[in-house]
Design a protein. Structure first.
Length: 415
């Protein structure tokens, strides 16, 4: 398992995905061997999550330099040192270490996860040298050309490198795993030559660790002030909250919302300075509170204690689902989703019986959806996912799916 996102790196849903697989695969008959960068590659570190991987996981770490921190002079570094990403130096140490692991443990398959793209480069090399079947885990799209005026990545040279890696995935991988139906559809449009059977859907999920027992249905509305929580990063493009802020300003001006009956908490946004300027612009400093990053366990408990949970996802991410959605479902708290009704996030919520959804791009729709949500939640009538629907989103269930896929690709190789 080749993964940049692995403890002691702090923050990021990709860590939880890899750790969850490493933790649960042994119960499915698969022993995880993890190849990851040395701790110095990470600017922010937290050792607490390492224990969650469990004792069965064998972890090998190799040197990886962050071009922006370790190779820069006066804050600048040659762009070639950051292709396909700032940790490209990891390839130099990881390939020899991976070959030693292959000789020592004789594994049956290789799995790598993007982002970071260097993890796929390492897997491409090891697959070519060993002949082992390779599963490419595509958590995010490497390319997005849906908008010709704003292609991703925006830099032409980086797009060419990502396109080459995608070509190698199409040519050499035994299976391509995506986390949403929209991502599979996007890959199939670009890779018409790849058999549909090679694409597999294994979504993100949740682990039961860290949650308080039971749920907090009875707590909604008991406080005089309704607390709506968004937990996690708010990207300026992909989760722009300005339509929501405009709606809050209008509802505040109309006397519907005020600091005594409503508060929006934005936890660990990653863009506090930008958001703080917007709160001043819209005059809603008394309605919205910015809070810093906290340990994952504390974040889960805060979600369970909130009166409602806010999900933001713009239409340009219709083929993506925020990983926090699955933790939100597990918390069994009312969810307000401001997204695009045609996107995968909205579809997943509707499939779980949740219809408190509004259009993030429309200030008036944000206001309408928020007022409906508040009324339902305060009355204890906001829809929640059933326990059966929630259990299907667990990381144990996702690991079962990955183990089944590993069984298939290793069987094809032995046959």
């Amino acid at each position: 398992m080749i993964a940049y996102h692995f403890p002691p790196l702090a923050g990021g849903s990709g860590i939880l995905r890899t750790v969850g697989f490493a933790r649960h695969l042994p119960a499915c008959g698969w022993q995880p061997l993890v190849l990851s960068p040395s701790a110095g590659a990470y600017a922010q570190r937290d050792d607490a999550q390492l224990a969650q991987a469990g004792a069965p996981a064998t972890v090998r770490r190799t040197l990886a330099l962050d071009a922006a921190r370790h190779l820069a002079i006066a804050g600048r570094y040659p762009r070639c040192l950051a292709l396909p990403d700032r940790w490209s130096s990891w390839w130099l140490s990881a390939v020899p270490a991976g070959l030693r692991m292959i000789r020592e443990y004789r594994p049956d398959a290789i799995w790598s996860t993007y982002p970071i793209a260097t993890a796929h480069l390492i897997a491409i090399t090891l697959q070519k040298l060993s002949g082992l079947p390779w599963i490419a885990d595509q958590r995010d799209p490497m390319l997005d050309d849906s908008d010709p005026l704003a292609p991703y990545p925006p830099e032409a040279r980086l797009r060419r490198v990502h396109a080459w890696i995608e070509q190698r995935i199409a040519a050499r991988s035994a299976a391509i795993v995506c986390t949403t139906p929209g991502a599979i559809a996007a890959h199939q449009r670009r890779w018409a030559q790849v058999a549909r059977a090679r694409f597999q859907l294994i979504e993100n999920g949740y682990d039961d660790d860290g949650y308080e027992p039971g749920d907090g249905d009875a707590r909604t509305g008991q406080r005089g002030r309704f607390q709506l929580l968004h937990s996690g990063v708010i990207y300026p493009s992909e989760r722009d909250p300005q339509a929501l802020f405009q709606a809050l300003a209008r509802l505040r001006q109309d006397g519907v919302l005020h600091a005594r009956n409503f508060q929006l908490v934005l936890r660990a946004t990653g863009h506090d300075a930008w958001l703080a300027s917007l709160l001043v612009k819209y005059g809603i400093l008394d309605l919205v509170r910015l809070e810093p990053l906290q340990p994952h366990g504390a974040a889960l408990r805060e979600m369970q204690a909130a009166d409602g949970l806010l999900l933001l996802q713009a239409a340009n991410c219709n083929a993506q689902i925020p990983a926090k959605l699955y933790e939100y479902l597990r918390c069994r708290r009312p969810i307000l989703a401001l997204t695009d009704l045609a996107g995968d996030s909205a579809a997943t919520l509707r499939h779980c019986g949740i219809d408190t959804i509004g259009q993030l791009a429309s200030s008036s729709d944000c206001a309408h959806a928020l007022l409906r949500f508040l009324a339902l939640a305060r009355q204890g009538r906001a829809p929640l996912a059933s326990p059966a629907a929630v259990s299907l989103q667990s990381r144990q269930a996702r690991s079962n799916a990955l183990a089944h896929l590993l069984d298939q690709v290793s069987h094809r190789r032995s046959a």
